[in-house]
Write a protein that binds this ligand. Structure first.
Ligand code: ADP
Ligand code: MG
Length: 298
């Protein structure tokens, strides 16, 4: 399923939580929506979940408006930032409830995922810890076999071991089924290993939206030592240059193969091509905004 937000706006008492948000999630992507607290991630996600209706702009799933779209709702699952369950329900009760409400609920998947989470189905939901409730939310959402899975800060409250287990099981499953995933976090490092697309939001707007391949392809870091008297070709787009002893480190805008070949033409004595770190992407791709945001996101 593909998702598209065009100029999405939402205000609360005159405060613009979404301010012309542009966002594109391609079919089958694992999309990380990243931004500092208050950026508007949950507000956007609540539009996708059908809880809010935008003041202006469009939100489309496979080209159809999302709001009050029952067919869309039946194809997606959503784990909110704060999970809420009826106090007197057990997990088994919740599963029966989901089965009665959602046509896509799949008992076999429910059994399969149960082996990962090791939760006691007979315990009351309110007696589960916050982390266990999050696990229960994952379990139920995955049992729906959704085409789109929307997760709002899902690993908050999970311990590191469970985090890894949940992510690896989830990624294997979505890869096998081609599920489209949108997952939010205030921590970019949390998502960098699991996402193939990243959107960085701030103050209700999209600052930068890229596929991981694009992030890594559009700029490159080269360390080199040039022979005495040799210079780099003059028309290279150098974003940054620094010398450490005789080694020069440059960050260039452009494609790796082409840049490597052009730098090679200066016959370097030594040359090493490296991907940009996240921190460097922030500084050189986002400039001043990146400087300000990196402290919040990394
Ligand atoms: P994030 O999830 O990125 O941390 P939110 O979408 O929760 O950000 O919030 C974005 C901004 O909108 C914040 O300033 C928040 O206080 C405000 N906001 C969100 N929901 C409401 C609401 N229901 N009423 C008033 N203000 C809200
Ligand atoms: Mg939030």
């Amino acid at each position: 399923m593909n998702i598209e937000a065009k100029g999405l706006c939402k205000s609360f008492d005159g405060f613009r939580a979404l301010d012309g948000l542009e966002l594109r999630v391609p079919q089958g992507a694992v999309y990380g929506l990243v931004g500092p607290n208050g950026a508007g991630k949950s507000t956007f996600i609540r539009h996708l979940a059908g809880i809010y209706r935008q003041d202006a702009g469009e939100l489309l799933a496979d080209g159809e408006p999302v709001y009050e779209n029952t067919a869309f709702k039946n194809r997606m699952a959503y784990i909110p930032d704060e999970v809420f369950y009826y106090n007197s329900a057990t997990l088994a009760d919740m599963a029966r409830f989901y089965e009665s409400v959602y046509p896509r609920f799949d008992r076999e998947r429910y059994q399969k995922w149960g082996r990962l989470f090791e939760l006691d189905e007979k315990r009351l939901m309110r007696k589960l810890s916050r982390g266990m409730q999050k696990q229960a939310a994952f379990w139920l959402a995955l049992s729906l076999d959704p085409e789109l899975l929307v997760l709002d800060e899902p690993v908050d409250g999970l311990d590191p071991v469970m985090r890894r287990q949940v992510w690896s099981a989830l990624l294997a499953d979505v890869a096998e089924r081609g599920t489209t995933v949108l997952v939010s976090s205030h921590n970019l490092r949390e998502l960098e290993d699991v996402c193939d697309h990243v959107g960085i939001m701030n103050e209700g707007k999209m600052l930068l939206e890229r596929s991981l391949a694009e992030l890594q392809e559009n700029s490159v870091k080269i360390q080199l030592v040039l022979p005495e008297g040799k210079e780099l070709p003059p028309d290279l787009q150098i974003l940054h240059s620094a010398n450490v002893g005789r080694v020069r480190q440059i960050i260039l805008r452009g494609r790796v193969e082409e840049l490597t070949a052009r730098v090679q033409a200066a016959s370097p004595l030594f040359m090493d091509v490296l991907p940009l770190s996240l921190e460097e992407i922030f500084i050189y791709e986002l400039g001043g905004a990146g400087h300000a945001l990196k402290d919040f996101l990394l």
